[in-house]
Design a protein around this ligand. Structure first.
Ligand code: PEP
Ligand code: MG
Length: 747
């Protein structure tokens, strides 16, 4: 019998192909499909439900149910057996539908007469598009061969849906990839931009899911798999490592590429009437659906491997993909699942904005976006499957919202928003060369954070007094191998030259936690943020630190040099780090290099412990820079990278402000300059509160300098301090409401 089903399934696909080739409207095509399937499967009913929106399925065509219910019957995701199939991406196959858990009777369809039910997800690469259902009066479960045959059909329907084959009439069938869609993500970097989608890894488009000639398709898939195997072998030959664990992972990857069963399944799909590309995608879709359900980490990894290999195979077959040579559209806005800083830098500064499905505010892509001062929205779930290259897109980095293919009214509102932001920018330019002095005459020094050469031009444009934090690790992160001392010295020289005499505070390498160098063995740590990172690595394995310090001393070229150590948790660590610096100076002197004219060696205060270090620490250190990002995460024990808890505690929490004020006081008593360089320094309300508790130097991303300066100039910092104290006395958790209310009275 399987033989017969095989033929049946092929015949059905042949008929579907003919139906698709006919010049007909979308609804007509869908009707034809349901009728062909019902006949071929010898079932009374065949129905196709498609998603109307993310939560609603609509009956779009049926053979056998009441014709009037088409486009009328709707189900919520998870509702009834159809909703269950869509929600779980799992097949439901039952001889007794009314008796099956989840069954929901829909009188308008007249379906109570049918006993057996087979529902399959219509999905493309793990994205659910709808549900295909067959039903019959006879109480029977469908055989594995029948299910398999329908899976192939569902795959074809998915591809045709994707290609817009059912577009035309019927509200639910408006074209995918043509409607406006809004994504609500999270703010990675403020700003607003209008442009056109440029996909980091464009999806492969399959233009013909049907096999025109079985033998040709079989040859194509075999040759493509051969080519894939060779390329995987080449890739792995270059990646040999002595690390046993890593080798195991690489071997598993190779094993998959050589998997006979994978190829066999795809050959079967072709024999059932699919083209080689559609066969790859069918298996990939199934793997993705399983990936969504697998809780076992090892299995998930393997399914990821399969996904990756499938993508490679599709690129071989279609010649599309990463190297499509797709031209960058005008005003390109990069859309990606996620992206590393190296890849991002390769795109260059022509990008207008970045939208990521994943990512985090503290990630390096975010830091690069910040350096480029372009808006970044993260967590825009599903955008890579919706967006096509060249689609118009609006990125609202202020709210974390993205409008894809916006309609005219949204576009017009956005134009107003951009105009407002531009006007504000003009205002900031007009105060660029003025100091950030409050109404009582107190001045706050505003400096900028940097990490790439590309940031330096902002020093002039933003009006920053200097670079309060130069994150040296970015240079390490964007490379594939460790930079040499000479390269580093060259880079630091260029930075100092570009700064043209303004002070640059170089922070030594802060790696570990989320910042993993591509050429260093990653450490599997249970809590990387609390782990072996920053100065801890620098002191335990001082090779890189020493090289870096030497490079910095040379780059100073007889001028002043400012260096600070990240993540100092206790006095002894500072002393040890300072000793490394002194040794480096002595070594350089011995080698006959010119020494810096003056040296400042500071510490970053990023752990609460350092606030309670002995007085001698505060006297010894040349300056302190408060790293508010880390300090806040440790003060509240709330991961800065975890979107769930990141915003749970306000930086203007009165306890945190009190703690900061006491720390600032200790610096003042010791006569040690103190500044604040976390991201909060760049937010106007936060900045005036930091100023109010005594911080007179703030370092922030360049684009924030204008707004922060404008705010400081409007207020009296002593009054702001009174507001904070008032909130504290009243037992309020945060000073924000009081300060915000007061600011409104100033308008
Ligand atoms: C900080 O922790 O506040 C800081 C400035 O350092 P980074 O964000 O690089 O950890
Ligand atoms: Mg830090």
């Amino acid at each position: 019998m399987p033989q017969r089903r095989d033929q049946e399934s092929r015949k059905l696909l042949g008929r579907l192909r003919d139906a698709m080739a006919e010049e007909s409207a979308g609804q007509e095509r869908l009707d034809k499909i349901t009728s062909l399937i019902a006949t071929s499967m010898q079932t009374e009913v065949c129905s196709i439900y498609l998603f109307r929106d993310a939560e609603t399925l609509e009956l779009c065509a049926t053979e056998g149910l009441e014709a009037d219910s088409v486009h009328q019957t709707r189900l919520r995701l998870g509702e009834g057996l159809v909703g269950k199939v869509a929600k779980t991406s799992r097949i439901v196959n039952t001889a007794d539908a009314p008796g099956t858990k989840g069954f929901r009777y829909m009188p308008e369809t007249g379906e109570e007469r049918y006993s057996s039910f087979l529902g399959l997800p219509i999905q493309r690469l793990g994205e659910s598009l709808g549900v295909l259902v067959v039903q019959s009066k006879e109480a029977r479960t469908y055989t594995a061969d029948e299910v398999y045959g329908l899976e192939v059909v569902a795959m074809v329907i998915a591809e045709m849906t994707e290609l817009g084959a059912f577009v035309g009439d019927g509200a639910a069938l408006s074209a995918r990839h043509q409607q406006p869609v809004m994504f609500r993500g999270a703010v990675g970097q403020e700003g607003a931009a209008r442009g056109n989608v440029y996909l980091h890894e464009p999806r492969v488009v399959i233009t013909n899911p049907f096999s025109d000639d079985e033998e040709t398709e079989l040859t194509r898939i075999r040759e493509a798999v051969d080519q894939l195997r060779v390329s995987v072998d080449d890739m792995l030959a270059g990646a040999r490592t002595p690390d046993k664990e890593q080798m195991k992972v690489l071997d598993a990857y190779r094993m998959f590429a050589n998997s006979r069963s994978w190829l066999r399944r795809m050959e079967d799909d072709i024999r059932n009437g699919l083209s080689a590309e559609a066969a790859v995608e069918k298996e990939q879709s199934l793997a993705r659906a399983r990936l969504g359900q697998a809780s076992d980490a090892y299995l998930r990894e393997r399914l990821h491997d399969l996904d990756d290999l499938s993508n490679r195979l599709l690129r071989i077959l279609t010649g599309q993909g990463a190297q499509t040579g797709a031209e960058m559209p005008e005003r390109p806005i990069l859309v990606a699942r996620n992206i590393g800083p190296g890849e991002l830098l390769e795109y260059g500064k022509s990008l207008r904005a970045i939208v990521l499905e994943q990512g985090s505010v503290g990630s390096h892509a975010a830091i690069v976006a910040r350096a480029w001062a372009i808006p970044l929205v993260i967590h825009a779930k599903g955008i890579t499957t919706e967006a096509l290259n060249g689609d118009p897109i609006l990125v609202d980095g202020e709210q974390g919202i993205v409008h894809l293919r916006p309609d005219d009214s949204v576009d017009a509102a956005f134009t107003d928003k951009i105009a407002m932001l531009t006007k504000a920018q003009e205002r900031y330019v007009s105060i660029r060369d003025l100091p950030a002095t409050d109404t009582s005459g107190a001045t706050v020094s505003l400096q900028m954070n940097a990490g790439l050469m590309a940031d330096l031009p902002s020093l002039e444009g933003s009006g920053a007094e200097g670079v309060g934090l130069f994150r040296t690790e970015l240079q390490f992160l964007v490379r594939n191998q460790m930079p040499s001392r000479t390269e580093l010295a060259g880079l630091y020289t260029r930075v100092l030259n570009a700064a043209a005499g303004k002070r640059v505070v170089f922070r030594t390498l802060d790696i570990g936690s989320d910042k993993v160098l591509p050429y260093m063995k990653p450490n599997d740590e249970p809590n990387p943020a609390l782990g072996w990172r920053a100065i801890r690595v620098g002191l335990d394995k001082p090779g890189i630190l020493r090289m870096q310090l030497q490079a910095l001393i040379r780059a100073a070229n007889g001028g002043p040099l400012t260096v600070m150590f990240p993540f100092i948790a206790e006095y002894a660590e500072f002393l040890a780090a300072r000793a490394e610096f002194d040794k480096a100076m002595a070594r350089e002197e011995k080698l006959g290099h010119v020494l810096p004219s003056s040296v400042e060696v500071g510490a970053m205060l990023e752990t609460p412990s350092l606030s309670y270090a002995p007085d001698s620490f505060f006297r010894d250190v040349d300056f302190i820079s408060i790293g508010g990002n880390d300090l806040k995460q440790f003060f509240f024990a709330a991961d800065r990278e975890n979107e769930r808890v990141r915003r749970r505690y306000d930086v203007l929490n009165v306890s945190f402000l009190k703690f900061l004020e006491q720390t600032v006081q200790r610096c003042k008593y010791a006569g040690t300059p103190v500044s604040f360089c976390g991201e909060d320094a760049g937010r106007p309300i936060e900045a005036i509160c930091l100023g109010a508790i005594g911080l007179r130097a703030l370092s922030m991303r360049p684009a924030s300098i204008g707004p922060v300066k404008h705010m400081i100039q409007r207020v009296n910092l002593d009054e702001v301090r009174e507001l904070i104290k008032g909130a504290e006395k009243r037992g309020e958790a945060s000073a924000r409401p009081a300060v915000a209310a007061w600011l409104r009275t100033l308008d």
